[in-house]
Design a binder for this molecule. Structure first.
Ligand SMILES: NC(=O)c1ccc[n+]([C@@H]2O[C@H](COP(=O)([O-])OP(=O)(O)OC[C@H]3O[C@@H](n4cnc5c(N)ncnc54)[C@H](OP(=O)(O)O)[C@@H]3O)[C@@H](O)[C@H]2O)c1
Length: 328
């Protein structure tokens, strides 16, 4: 099959279409002819050699995909050849074929195209996991979502909106903040011009937020602690600004009884991912079918333009997801 290969760790010029063996589905896997794959920030790190796939996973980039089932493993009984599905992968999405455990394959609603379906799994499952399973967000609570216009951010806003949370977001520019507002964010903070911790304190009269979803890491850590109210939770999903934080006032953690949780989805066990996919589908499947939840798509590229797609994400230009149509 054709797949996008990384010749050697490095820049976008290392991404080229090449040939690899088509994966063989294991007993409980289905083989999917991929029609679209969405980009994730992790793909850029992997391309540069900083984020190798977990043991046993495909070396090919791509954590989410959509397409049509073309073969079933010996123990697959839930799905049929020809079904349109999308799902989460630990790697292997940037290819003509990918195999996925059948319990992790989500049916694509008839009214959704492949690009839209490919943009759902990683962003929405990460957001669902962080907000509800790790962050225990409840109706009426306040949540601060950093990088609100990112793929995961735009999914998080929609999910938090659906349970009636009060949503604060940060982003670097006004057009990103406006996109967040259209999705349901109430408090828009441009972190380039405003101190987000000060805004949160002012808007909440010093009570703070119940949950912070953070991707930025080092430079935000101290301010995130300041933003949180009593019994607040911080879910740390990425370290875009670095991994070493200093000048942390530990008293805030103690006196406000804070909980700090870190998570990566990719290296979780298949059983955890199946449970997560099923919990997400129960919450969100009918909302997606009804058009209440939809991925925000910035741009769809032909997969031959994968270098341009990576460049767009690296420049922090995208609002929502960037998708590759697998046209070969
Ligand atoms: N832990 C997990 O399981 C998991 C799963 C999926 C994704 N993630 C992480 O979640 C994050 C979002 O992923 P994505 O694919 O949705 O990303 P994305 O669409 O590429 O968006 C990332 C955004 O983060 C902001 N940003 C980047 N560097 C920053 C910095 N140094 N300081 C402040 N803001 C910065 C930029 O928005 P502004 O222009 O607004 O600054 C950028 O557009 C990534 O870091 C990814 O690795 C984690």
């Amino acid at each position: 099959m054709k797949a996008i290969l990384v010749n050697k760790p490095g820049g976008i010029e290392e991404l080229q279409i090449g040939e690899l063996a088509t994966p063989e589905p294991r007993e409980q896997e289905v083989l999917v002819r991929v029609r679209a794959a969405a980009l994730n920030r992790a793909d850029i790190l992997q391309r540069k050699g900083y984020y190798p796939p977990p043991p046993g996973a495909s070396n090919i980039l791509g954590l989410e995909f959509a397409g049509k089932i073309v073969a079933l493993g010996a123990n697959c009984h839930r799905l049929s050849i020809g079904d349109r599905v999308c799902g989460l992968l630990a790697g292997g999405g940037y290819a003509q074929y990918a195999a996925i455990h059948e319990q992790m394959a989500m049916p694509i609603p008839e009214n959704a195209n492949d690009a839209e379906a490919a943009a759902i799994p990683e962003a929405f499952l990460t957001a669902f996991h962080a907000l509800f399973l790790l962050g225990n967000l409840q109706t009426g609570q306040r949540v601060l979502i950093h990088a609100g216009a990112s793929g995961v951010g735009t999914a998080s806003i929609q999910l938090a909106r659906e349970i009636g949370a009060e949503i604060f977001v940060t982003a670097s520019r006004e057009k990103k903040l406006l996109a967040c507002k259209r999705l349901g964010a109430k408090h828009l903070i441009n972190y380039q011009t405003d101190d987000f911790a000060a805004v949160v304190q002012r808007v909440t009269n010093g009570r703070g937020v119940d949950l912070v979803i953070d991707f930025i890491g080092a430079t935000y850590f101290s301010k995130n602690l300041q933003c949180l109210g009593l019994d607040g939770r911080l879910v740390l999903l990425s370290l875009l600004s670095g991994q070493l934080a200093n000048e942390i006032d530990l008293r805030l953690i103690l006196s406000k009884r804070l909980q700090i949780v870190g998570s990566t989805l990719r290296n979780r066990s298949i059983d955890e991912k199946i449970r997560l996919t099923q919990a997400f589908w129960q919450f969100a499947g009918s909302k997606w079918q009804a058009g209440i939840l939809r991925p925000v798509i910035d741009r769809v590229y032909d997969w031959r333009a994968v270098q341009d797609a990576h460049a767009l994400m690296e420049a922090n230009e995208n609002i929502g997801k960037i998708v590759l149509n697998v046209t070969d």
